[in-house]
Write a protein that binds this ligand. Structure first.
Ligand code: PEP
Length: 254
């Protein structure tokens, strides 16, 4: 089968409304409706401005986090329904920066994904090992632990992003074979939770220092179905080049 590649840009804490508008006005003409699925994830405050511009275009909006409850006394938090209302159709959950700085756990990440799906958003569940864990030979054990809650999720509204922590923002991407090994393991985990058919359709993205110059070799791997791009997504030309590389992968059969 052919999985449609998914390229998502995580802007992190970058981009005010004016920058967002200018960025999207440059990006939109370069994105084709029948190409890879393209998602941009601005900060919460720019989502409404972005929604006005991307409406009716092939570019979808994602948020960078959502709460696991639908509503309540959670000062500073944003629910998945609020994101849907403002025009988001995807949300990142469990990003390593959330895990590192904001106490995200394997359990809360999956709970957030479930909340996203209740609001009919797609969830991009981020997983990945630290450098110490990789050096200690624990990579697959970490991925196993991080995907224990998958069974509570709907595979039709899910993508998994394998993002080795040591590759995020460092300029040192995983090699294609390191990525493939992790992705194949994650697909096996999906098979255990969702069955063969759903696991075959599930998109597993690679994230960690993806750039125009390395994306093609990563996407050439059997189980690498797209990319979650941080720093390089802030440059329209670079992000467009990554999307073009993913479009090239669509012609291959797998
Ligand atoms: C990310 O933030 O998800 C990411 C992969 O960042 P970068 O591409 O900058 O490594």
């Amino acid at each position: 089968m052919t999985r449609r590649p998914l390229i998502a840009g995580n802007w992190k804490m970058h981009g005010d409304c004016a920058w967002t508008q200018s960025y999207l006005e440059q990006l939109l003409p370069q994105v084709e409706a029948n190409g890879p699925e393209v998602v941009v994830c601005p900060p919460f405050t720019a989502l409404a401005a972005a929604a006005v511009i991307v409406v009716g275009s092939p570019v979808a909006l994602g948020a960078q986090n959502c709460h696991w409850e639908d509503k309540g006394a959670f000062t500073g938090e944003v629910s998945a329904a609020m994101l849907a209302e403002v025009g988001a159709s995807w949300v990142l959950v469990g990003h390593s920066e959330r895990r590192q700085y904001f106490g995200e756990t394997d359990e809360t990440a999956v709970s957030r994904a479930a909340a996203a799906q209740r609001a009919r958003l797609g969830a991009i569940l981020c997983v990945g090992e630290t450098l110490a864990q990789r050096q200690g030979g624990e990579t697959l054990a970490v991925l196993e632990r991080q995907t224990r809650g998958l069974g509570g999720l709907d595979p039709a509204r899910l993508a998994i992003a394998y993002e080795p922590v040591w590759a995020i923002g460092t300029g040192h991407n995983a090699t294609p074979s390191q990525a493939q090994q992790a992705h194949a393991f994650l697909r096996q985990r999906a098979r255990e939770h969702f069955g063969d058919e759903a696991a075959r359709h599930l998109r597993i993205l690679y994230g960690g220092s993806v750039k125009p110059g390395n994306v093609a070799e990563l996407l050439a791997e059997e189980d690498v179905d797209g990319a979650l791009v941080g720093g390089a997504s802030l440059d329209v030309a670079g992000f467009s080049a990554i999307i073009q590389a993913a479009a090239g992968r669509m012609t291959s059969t797998r």
